[in-house]
Design a protein around this ligand. Structure first.
Ligand code: FAD
Length: 353
């Protein structure tokens, strides 16, 4: 944990105030480097979704997008897919030496005519063969599956650290909680003391916690949980993997299986910004891990939770950007797509300023 700065060290007036040092806050700080920017984060590093996520650099998988077509419509799905691709391209362009596992991703749901059709439409929209059908092995059984070639894996905390280092001149203050931010004035809590700061523009990158400052931000929390096994042998294809319509997802990290999900199985344990993991979801993930690996010769070494934010409550339920007043904006609620989308939103906001 980075200790809170003495309250006297915080400037009384800044050009840009960013609240929250997850991916959104850090990408924005990075694109606004060189300006008078202050980031405040209530945790010692960042404690929401970014530091606790699965590290998928993904523009989407077919089964999830098929479901999204039903709820959000075809144009929205294609638009989000293209935005995710743009965001990933920005991340790779800005950090070409970022360590990425170029493993691709496999969606193990049954291949259907509707899936093939969507695959074709997405490839046409991207003007690239992003999706193909390939044999892949899951739990000892080979099958034909949707394969996404450009997808890969990244260490999320390393990316967060890189962003902060590269945001030259931006001031980061950890252990500083924003209690109110509106109309050019913020009230910040630093080690029990209240500090006032004036700003020209403020961006609240507080994700699942956005309604704590503005109930009108309409971001609904969704707790996600992940387990990591002990080092494990398996014939399962070494790519990012999606099962159960994309609700459960896995990847291999340092010879271990990282698997997350279970949100649809336990809705009562999901709609909270509480960061404590639960036994039911852990048990579900352990069952899925055994199915993915084809055996149970391993143990769970880590289990954690993180909290996503969904604007309007749904997967593609609304816009992550919401103006509060002429100087203040909420930028929160990237659901399970924040690694891909936050670079694009940050670049757009910086271009508007
Ligand atoms: C388990 C899990 C797995 C995921 N896997 C993936 C994945 O593989 N790929 C992908 O693209 N996305 C994934 N996601 C989603 C992704 O992590 C998020 O979309 C993204 O991290 C959101 O970034 P953010 O900066 O908006 O929010 P956050 O990272 O949640 O940051 C918000 C920050 O605001 C701070 N904050 C809140 N209130 C205040 C306040 N009042 N004052 C000061 N600071 C405050 C919090 O402490 C927090 O650090 C996953 C999410 C979870 C939970």
């Amino acid at each position: 944990m980075t200790p809170a700065p003495p309250s006297g060290e915080l400037a009384k007036q800044v050009d840009v105030l960013i609240v929250g040092a997850g991916f959104m806050g850090r990408w924005l700080a990075y694109f606004l480097r060189g300006r008078d920017v202050q980031v405040v984060e209530r945790d010692g590093f960042g404690y929401g979704a970014s530091s606790r996520n699965a590290g998928f650099l993904t523009c989407g998988q077919i089964s999830e997008m098929l479901a999204d077509v039903e709820t959000a419509g075809f144009d929205r799905v294609i638009g989000t897919f293209l935005e995710r691709r743009q965001g990933l391209a920005i991340a790779r362009r800005e950090f070409p030496d970022l360590e990425v596992d170029p493993c691709g991703s496999v969606d193990y749901d049954d291949v259907t005519d509707a899936g093939r059709d969507l695959m074709g439409q997405l490839n046409a929209a991207a003007d690239e063969r992003v999706y193909t059908l390939r044999p892949a092995t899951l739990g000892g059984r080979e099958r034909e599956a949707y394969f996404n070639t450009p997808d890969g894996g990244v260490h999320p905390v390393k990316l967060m650290q890189r962003l902060q280092q590269a945001a030259e001149g931006v001031r980061f203050a950890f252990g500083v909680k924003a209690n109110s931010v509106a109309r050019g004035e913020a009230e910040l809590e630093v080690a029990g003391t209240t500090v006032r700061m004036r700003y020209n523009r403020a961006f609240l990158c507080t994700n699942a916690f956005a309604t704590e400052l503005f109930s009108s931000s309409e971001v609904v929390p969704g707790r996600g949980q992940v387990i990591v096994t002990s080092p494990v042998e398996t014939a399962t294809t070494r790519a990012l993997g999606y099962i159960n319509h994309g609700y459960d997802y896995f990847r291999f990290v340092d010879g271990r299986l990282l698997i997350g999900g279970g949100r649809n199985r336990f809705p009562g344990e999901t709609g909270t910004s509480e960061l404590r993991p639960t036994v039911h979801v852990r048990e579900w993930l352990e069952q899925q891990a055994a199915a993915v690996l084809g055996h149970s010769d391993w143990k769970t070494e880590y289990h954690w939770a993180g909290v996503m934010g969904f604007p309007g409550g749904g997967h593609l339920g609304g816009s992550p950007r919401r103006k509060i007043d002429a100087q203040t904006e909420v930028v929160a609620g990237f659901g399970g797509m924040g690694v891909a989308l936050t670079p694009l939103y940050a670049q757009r906001i910086a271009a508007e300023m």
